[in-house]
Design a protein around this ligand. Structure first.
Ligand SMILES: Cc1cc2nc3c(=O)[nH]c(=O)nc-3n(C[C@H](O)[C@H](O)[C@H](O)COP(=O)(O)OP(=O)(O)OC[C@H]3O[C@@H](n4cnc5c(N)ncnc54)[C@H](O)[C@@H]3O)c2cc1C
Length: 469
C-alpha cells in the first residue's frame, strides 16, 4: 500500500463472546446487562438444556398466577436482541463439557439455577405418596422431565394432604391442590394435569410450619390468596397465634410479618363449613416420621418451641395427622455441573462477586449469577441486580486484561455442538414451540397450553421447519 492510499476505517474491535448457561431469569438478565453496556461489543449465546427459555418462570411460578408469569414477555425482549442467540436443547455437562464450552468462547456465566430439593431427613420420606414440591411443581407446570406416574399415582388417592414448609412455594402447592377445576380451567397447565387435579379427591390440606407465624417466610399477598379460594376455607388455631415477647418484637419490626399476623388473626375465627375443603395452617409442628407400609398413610408430628433467636426444638409431644399425600417444600439447592466447583453445604458455586473461585482463587473467564450464585432466595427481579453485579465483575476483568475478546465466528459454538451430535433449538425454533402452545390453548379457549413432552416440543420445531422449507 502506498503512503497516500486510504487505509479505510479501522476494523471493528473484536467482540467478547460470552456463553450463558441457563436461560432462566438470571441468564436472561445477564444477557440483557451485557447487551446494554457500551464498553465492550459482545455476542452472547444463551444456552438452556430445555428447548424453551425462562427457567422457573415457566416451570416454577404457579400457573394460576398469570400476571406473574407474564414477566416472560418482558424477559423475551432480551432474547430478541441481535447480539443474543438462544441455544436451547443443549445440556452443558452432557452435550458439551464445561472446559469445551470455555474453550469455544471468551467467558462463561453459569446461571443454571438450583433445581434440587432439600430432604427432610426423616423415616418414611421415600414412601410412595411422599413427593418433593419440585416434583409436583415440575408436573403441574408441564416440565418435560416431570415424573408423571409417581405424581399422578400419589394424587389419585390424595384426600388428606400435608404440605411441609411455610414459604411461598408451600402456599402455591396448597392453593393449587385446593382449587376447583373451574379456577384452574383458564391456566396454561397441560390438559392431563387439569384432569388429574380435577379427579384428585382432596378434602383437607394442612400446611406445617416447624416455627411460629412470626418466622414464616411467605409473603402477605400469597397468604391472603388462600382466603379467596372458591370452595375451601382456611383454618388457623388461635393458640398458634399467641406470641412470646421475642416473636412480638419481630412482628413490630417487620411490616410483612405484621401484615401476615393480621391476616392469620382474621382466619383464627373461621370454622370448617360443611361440603367445603379446608386448608389448615399449623405452626410449631415438625414432621418426625412418615407413616405407612407401602404408601404414606400419615405423618407423626412433634410440637416444637421456638427460642428467642427463632430456632425450633422438639418438645417430645407428638400427634398423628392422617395423610395420603405429603409434599415437602423445605427449600431448593443447586446441583453439581461436572468440572465446576460446588459448595455442597450451601448448594452454590463458590464465587466472589460472581467470579467463580477454584480452590479459593478466581478462575479467569468463569462467572455465576442467580440461584446457583447466591442460593434459592428472592423474587424474579432479585436476579436482575445479581446479574448486573456479575456482569460488572466480568467487564472489570476485561478492562484488567484478565479476559480478552477473541471475536470468534458466530457459528463456532453451534457447529461444535452439532459435531458432538446435539440438536440445538434456536430462537426461531422456540417461536415455533410458542406458536404451537398458543394454537393448542386456543382449541380449549385458553391463551396457551404448555407442551409437556420432549417429543411434542421438538415435533413443533420440525413441523414449523417443514412448513417453511
Ligand atoms: C415453585 C417456585 C415458584 C416461584 N414463584 C415465584 C413467583 O411467583 N414470583 C417470583 O418473583 N419468583 C418466584 N420464584 C423464584 C424465581 O423463579 C427464581 O428467583 C428464579 O427463577 C431464579 O432464576 P435462575 O435463573 O437463577 O434459575 P432458574 O429459573 O431455575 O433457571 C435455570 C435454567 O438453567 C437451565 N439449566 C439447568 N442445568 C443446565 C445445564 N446443565 N445446561 C444448560 N441449562 C441448564 C434450566 O433448564 C433453567 O432454564 C419461584 C420459584 C419456585 C421454585
Amino acid at each position: 500500500m502506498s503512503a497516500d492510499e486510504d487505509p479505510g476505517p479501522p476494523p471493528p474491535p473484536p467482540r467478547l463472546r460470552v456463553a450463558v448457561v441457563g436461560a432462566g431469569p438470571a441468564g436472561i438478565y445477564t444477557a440483557e446487562a451485557l447487551t446494554r453496556q457500551q464498553e465492550v461489543p459482545v455476542a452472547v449465546d444463551l444456552i438452556d438444556r430445555l428447548p424453551t427459555p425462562f427457567g422457573l418462570v415457566r416451570h416454577g411460578i404457579a400457573p394460576d398466577h398469570p400476571k406473574m408469569r407474564a414477566i416472560r414477555d418482558t424477559l423475551h425482549r432480551a432474547l430478541d436482541h441481535p447480539a443474543v442467540r438462544f441455544v436451547g436443547n443443549v445440556e452443558i455437562g452432557r452435550d458439551l463439557s464445561c472446559p469445551e464450552l470455555h474453550a469455544a468462547v471468551d467467558a462463561v456465566v453459569y446461571t443454571y439455577g438450583a433445581a434440587l430439593d432439600r430432604q427432610l431427613g426423616i423415616p418414611g420420606e421415600e414412601l410412595p405418596g411422599s413427593l418433593a414440591a419440585t416434583a409436583l411443581v415440575a408436573w403441574y407446570t408441564g416440565h418435560p422431565d416431570a415424573d408423571r406416574a409417581r405424581v399422578e399415582a400419589a394424587l389419585a388417592r390424595a384426600r388428606s394432604v400435608v404440605v411441609v414448609g411455610v414459604g411461598n412455594v408451600a402456599l402455591d402447592v396448597a392453593r393449587v391442590l385446593a382449587r376447583t377445576p373451574a379456577e384452574l380451567e383458564s391456566t396454561d397447565m397441560p390438559q392431563h394435569v387439569l384432569d388429574a387435579l380435577a379427579a384428585a379427591p382432596v378434602e383437607h390440606v394442612t400446611v406445617l410450619g416447624r416455627r411460629g407465624p412470626a418466622q414464616a417466610t411467605f409473603t402477605t399477598q400469597e397468604l391472603r390468596e388462600l382466603g379467596e379460594l372458591a370452595e375451601a376455607d382456611v383454618l388457623v388455631d388461635p393458640a398458634d397465634l399467641e406470641l412470646d415477647a421475642a416473636a412480638e418484637e419481630r412482628v413490630a419490626a417487620d411490616r410483612v410479618v405484621s401484615r401476615n399476623l393480621a391476616v392469620l388473626r382474621d382466619w383464627a375465627a373461621h370454622t370448617a363449613q360443611p361440603g367445603r375443603a379446608t386448608v389448615t395452617l399449623r405452626f410449631f409442628a415438625r414432621p418426625v416420621r412418615l407413616l405407612g407400609e407401602d404408601r404414606v398413610t400419615g405423618v407423626e408430628v412433634e410440637r416444637t418451641v421456638v427460642d428467642a433467636d427463632g430456632r425450633a426444638s422438639g418438645t417430645g409431644e407428638t400427634t398423628v395427622l392422617p395423610a395420603d399425600l405429603v409434599v415437602r417444600s423445605v427449600g431448593y439447592r443447586g446441583g453439581e455441573l461436572p468440572e465446576l466447583p460446588l459448595d455442597p453445604r450451601r448448594g452454590t458455586v463458590p464465587n466472589d462477586l460472581g467470579r467463580v473461585l477454584r480452590g479459593g482463587a478466581p478462575s479467569p473467564g468463569e462467572y455465576v449469577a442467580g440461584w446457583i450464585k447466591r442460593g434459592p432466595t428472592g423474587v424474579v427481579g432479585t436476579n436482575k441486580h445479581d446479574a448486573r453485579e456479575t456482569v460488572a465483575t466480568l467487564l472489570a476483568d476485561v478492562a484488567a486484561g484478565v479476559v480478552r475478546p477473541g471475536g470468534g465466528e458466530d457459528d463456532d459454538l453451534v457447529a461444535a455442538l452439532r459435531a458432538n451430535g446435539a440438536d440445538p433449538v434456536l430462537l426461531e425454533d422456540w417461536r415455533a414451540i410458542d406458536a404451537a402452545e398458543v394454537a393448542l390453548g386456543a382449541t380449549h379457549g385458553r391463551a396457551r397450553t404448555t407442551l409437556h413432552e420432549w417429543e411434542s416440543l421438538l415435533a413443533a420445531v420440525k413441523e414449523a421447519a417443514a412448513r417453511t422449507r
